[in-house]
Design a protein around this ligand. Structure first.
Ligand code: HEC
Length: 151
């Protein structure tokens, strides 16, 4: 009799847990969200080429492409350092619209920070070094982009 009661109690406990943490609705939501996001992803044409519109934007501004893939997670898509990752950082990534900072630094300094990282100039090591992945021309392009935000 005791054993049966114990099994019953156990079964009730498990089923109430399952009710509370039933994963099925979450799983359904996740699946539908995943379908929505992958639908907007770049799809190759039947011939296996990139879709025309996308190719144009990629070719038009390779520097913006670099910025959005390497820098925007911390410095924000429009250089304001207000992205999700930036909220948790201390010190904050540089806001490139900060005019006082723009006036204070020269291009040589910015190039050094980008290539060698924050630690190389006595700043936070959270700013990573990019010298291994960026060419000098790309660094120049990024500096120009950063300077544009200061105007
Ligand atoms: C992982 C986050 C992160 C990424 C990614 C990142 N940065 Fe930074 N960056 C920082 C932080 C944090 C600082 C502020 C360091 C400080 O003030 O001590 C900073 C500062 C800077 C500064 C200002 C240095 C100064 O003198 O104040 C420049 C310029 C800069 N980053 C450029 C870039 C560029 C260009 C990229 C992309 C190639 C990039 N960062 C990617 C976190 C990041």
């Amino acid at each position: 009799m005791r054993a049966i009661l114990a099994i019953l109690a156990c079964a009730m406990f498990v089923s109430s847990c399952m009710d509370q943490y039933n994963p099925v609705p979450y799983w359904k939501q996740f699946t539908s969200e995943r379908q929505i996001t992958s639908a907007s992803q770049l799809k190759l044409t039947d011939k296996g080429d990139l879709p025309a519109a996308k190719v144009e934007t990629l070719a038009a501004d390779p520097i913006s492409e670099k910025y959005s893939s390497l820098c925007s997670s911390c410095h924000g898509v429009d250089g304001k350092a207000d992205g999700a990752a930036a909220l948790a950082m201390n010190p904050k990534p540089r806001n490139f619209h900060d005019k006082a900072w723009q006036a204070k630094v020269d291009d040589t300094h910015i190039a050094k920070v980008i290539k060698e990282g924050g630690a190389a100039v006595g700043l936070s090591g959270t700013m990573p070094p990019w010298g291994a992945v960026l060419s000098d021309d790309e660094v120049k392009g990024l500096i120009a982009k950063i300077r544009d935000w200061g105007k």
